[in-house]
Write a protein that binds this ligand. Structure first.
Ligand code: FAD
Length: 334
């Protein structure tokens, strides 16, 4: 029993969630010299997607986030820094190919493409990947690529120097965090990065979208292909995936209805020739939309709602948030 008047255990900064958002925040806070504790439930991290695209041109509308170039530049720079520290993250930087079905889609994509983003259009016959028939044009994005999500999170946490606790946080406010084990920590700052599953547990508002990747024994193309779904290399073999289930107001346990499996295989066959490719398994996850990056009215910092851009923008937004947290703590002590 603690002596009368003894204070509770304190932590300088507590980050809730160890996906790409939380692991990146921990990494940049660590770089700023802050002592960080990450609490992660170890369940349902969307960031553990076996192969994620770092793709600046989004979806079937070809939208380009104004931060896309800065985001992908930082993500690749991080990988280089992690590798320099001996932390390997399987990835490929051979670009991303976006086949489009018709001239109208090409015009729509072109309207969104900023000149500073490297890109060029190819005829499907000359694309550096075996495309299925029926595509009108192929947009080549040489700065894109793919990476192993779980390996990136592990490497960021290792490099951050953070203490990592495997537990579920059951309650928190700006200065305290209570764990499932019943322990309560006092802290100077709380950063919530709970993603889709955490928002579901906490009954926070958001739009959740589930998707599935089929893992493949090999990939038909070393350059990822993306339109409707994506085919990409992975640390072992390849993946065919998409986030395609209907949006839901809360997190749902992972599932893959048979109709969705058929839909996904159809999208894959529309991208490339899948004959000779064997499906070795599947991974299902849920992502949260509705970006929140900053300090809430309750004083808790948040980075969540990264949607389908977790690996494009997660580290960039985490760096900005970590700088704000660190400046706030410095102003309190200074
Ligand atoms: C099928 C699919 C394919 C995708 N493909 C891509 C892609 O190609 N490119 C791309 O950029 N993005 C992609 N995404 C999106 C990307 O995965 C997400 O944007 C990103 O991973 C979200 O990261 P996060 O850290 O916010 O959340 P998560 O990765 O979900 O991490 C949240 C973590 O917090 C933990 N947690 C939650 N609540 C608590 C609590 N109370 N206490 C303790 N721990 C808690 C959870 O257990 C989890 O480990 C894809 C998503 C899916 C589902």
């Amino acid at each position: 029993m603690p002596a009368c008047g003894a204070s509770r255990v304190t932590r300088r900064v507590v980050v809730i969630g160890g996906g790409v958002a939380g692991a990146s925040v921990a990494y940049f806070l660590g770089q700023a010299g802050l002592q960080v504790t990450v609490v992660d439930a170890g369940m349902h991290a969307a960031s553990h997607v076996p192969s994620a695209l770092v793709n600046p041109v989004r979806g079937q509308s070809g939208g380009v986030d104004p931060r896309a170039l800065a985001g992908l530049t930082l993500t690749w720079a991080l990988l280089r820094d992690l590798e320099a520290q001996g932390l390997q993250v399987p990835h490929g930087r051979k670009g991303v190919l976006r086949p489009v079905p018709d001239d109208r889609t090409r015009v729509r994509f072109d309207r969104n493409l900023p000149p500073e983003l490297a890109h060029h259009w190819l005829s499907p016959a000359f694309a550096p990947a075996p495309l299925a028939t029926g595509w009108a044009h192929v947009l080549s994005l040489p700065q894109g690529g793919w990476l192993d999500g779980a390996a990136l999170c592990r490497a960021l946490l290792a490099a951050s120097g953070a203490e990592v606790a495997r537990d579920r946080v059951t309650a928190w406010d700006a200065r305290t965090v209570t764990l499932g084990s019943g322990v309560t920590w006092d802290t100077e700052a709380v950063v919530w990065c709970g993603g889709s599953v955490g928002a579901g547990w906490a009954a926070l508002e958001g739009t959740h979208r589930m998707g599935t990747l089929l893992t493949l024994d090999h990939t038909p193309s070393v350059v990822p292909l993306s339109f409707g779904a994506y085919l990409a290399p992975a640390a072992q073999g390849g993946v065919l995936g998409a986030t395609f289930e209907s949006p839901a107001p809360t997190w749902l346990p992972p599932y893959l209805p048979l109709a969705s499996l058929g839909w996904l295989l159809g999208k894959g066959a529309a991208l490339s020739d899948l004959s000779g490719v064997t499906v070795t398994g599947r991974w299902t996850g849920s992502r949260l939309s509705g970006l929140r990056a900053g300090r809430g009215g309750d004083g808790v910092w948040q980075l969540c709602g990264l949607g389908s851009k977790g690996f494009l923008l997660g580290p960039l937004l985490a760096r900005g948030l970590a700088a704000e947290v660190s400046a706030t703590l410095a102003s309190r002590t200074g």
